[in-house]
Design a protein around this ligand. Structure first.
Ligand SMILES: [Zn+2]
Length: 432
């Protein structure tokens, strides 16, 4: 940070500005929650993006809207509209970018409050997206505005984006923008994603994913004479049995150096996502009297940074090929559905280091460095944008994401706004 005494004064005055805006932060969070940006299908993206854009334009930001034409789900009824706001710096410092997704998941059942009303109670804001991640978005907006209003020297540029479709892979959002250079140097140098990873933790990356479908083939016959057919479900049982005996123990024994939380996710994992076998039931729920000629199973394999995606796939193919050799009539088809390579930023890199220092300053305790068991938009910034200096840091409590009665703690939002403002200030004052 620039000079110690000046930095202390600067931090104190910044914190005062943010404390004075507590009510404004709460109001902004509520306003964002009131846009029901449910994905799928991608409701209310445009009004939500324009609300963010209008606010930042009035604060001197240059605002651009980018529609991801042709992205999955994009249509005139559900346009994939992203907003990016940029405020140039006074000199040659690096650019700090805060990226939040504006989409939220379905509400589901179990709510005791209106999920899109923006209810404030007991020091918390309730609503779908309060935690994941409109509270984080609001905190980043207040942080940047306070930083500008504090009169601090800001040689580097500040950017805030509201992007879509994170909950469905980010192809209409960060992926689309990253392909067009929005997340690459020299446009952007450091990225903070205010995902809900808890106010005192710095998330430096995430595990990878491989989703695939395995189909076993059989031969249809009358159910009263199964010996005349070949049951695809029994073949699938053989696959699962092989997984239980050979694959699961191997995966459990593999431990990563990534600081993934919870610690159970520090091993490779495999979820059997679903199984569909046999003929569809007839009207009235009556089963068809047939031997199943097909069984499909979707697997959700999460991989560690020490694993290669090719190795992960080869391991499954090897088990299936063993069955081809050993089991009479065994035939299969393997279909890739989706994959993400694991990503991890350097915990000693600028954005992690300055955010950690800011957490220590604001909360009085050293942060924990973690990785996420699931993925978020950092993958696109790393793989497509080729920008490594990216972390997730935000006020929400991870366990509340996607739950009924999701909320964000107001004190956490205020604290995280201070952390974001202080981290951004020290980052833009680095040499570019
Ligand atoms: Zn999220």
């Amino acid at each position: 940070m620039p000079n110690d005494i000046a930095a202390t004064d600067m931090a104190e005055s910044l914190f005062e500005v943010i404390d004075a805006r507590r009510d404004e932060l709460v109001a902004l969070t509520c306003e964002l929650i009131r846009f029901p940006t449910i994905n799928p299908p991608g409701e209310a993206y445009q009004p939500c993006a324009e609300f963010i854009g209008r606010r930042l334009q009035a604060r001197g930001f240059a605002v651009q809207y980018v529609r991801a034409l042709g992205a999955p789900g994009d249509s005139d009824n559900y346009p994939r509209i992203n907003v990016i706001a940029r405020r140039e710096g006074s000199g040659a410092g690096p650019c700090v970018h805060f990226n939040s997704h504006i989409d939220v998941v379905q509400t589901g059942s179990g709510w005791t409050v209106d999920p899109f009303a923006g209810v404030v109670r007991d020091g918390k804001v309730f609503g779908r997206g309060a935690c994941d991640m409109k509270g984080g978005l609001a905190a980043s907006i207040i942080a940047v505005e306070a930083l500008i209003d504090s009169g601090a020297r800001l040689p580097g540029a500040l950017e805030i984006s509201g992007t879509v479709d994170e909950e469905s892979g980010g192809y209409g959002g960060v992926h689309h923008l990253a392909e067009r250079g929005w997340f690459s140097p020299p446009q952007v140098n450091h990225v903070i994603i205010p995902e809900p990873l808890n106010v005192d933790r710095v998330c430096i990356g995430h595990r990878g994913v491989w989703w695939a479908e395995i189909e076993t083939h059989g031969r249809i016959a009358h159910g009263s004479m199964p010996f005349l057919g070949d049951c695809a479900v029994r073949h699938m049982h053989a696959v699962i049995e092989r997984f239980e005996r050979e694959l699961y123990p191997k995966l459990a024994a593999r431990r990563t150096d990534m600081p993934v939380v919870p610690s159970g996710a520090r091993s490779s994992t495999l979820n059997i996502n679903s199984i569909h076998g046999g003929q569809a039931e007839q009207q009235g729920g009556y089963p068809a009297p047939c031997v199943p000629d097909s069984c499909r199973m979707v697997i959700d394999r999460r991989l560690l940074i020490e694993e290669s995606i090719d190795g992960v796939k080869a391991e499954v193919v090897e088990l299936l090929e063993q069955l081809v050799r050993e089991r009479a009539g065994f035939r299969y088809r393997l279909r890739d559905i989706f994959e993400v390579i694991p990503t991890m930023a350097d915990r000693n890199g600028p954005v992690a280091r300055h955010t950690a220092a800011a957490i220590l300053r604001v909360l009085g305790r050293a942060p924990e460095f973690i990785c996420s068991p699931g993925t978020y938009d950092q993958k696109h910034i790393d793989r497509v944008g080729k920008l490594k200096d990216c972390i997730a840091y935000g006020p929400g409590i991870l366990d509340l994401a996607h739950q009924p009665d999701e909320y964000v703690v107001i004190d956490d939002m205020v604290a995280s706004a201070k952390v974001m403002a202080l981290a951004a200030w020290s980052l833009v004052n680095q040499r570019a």
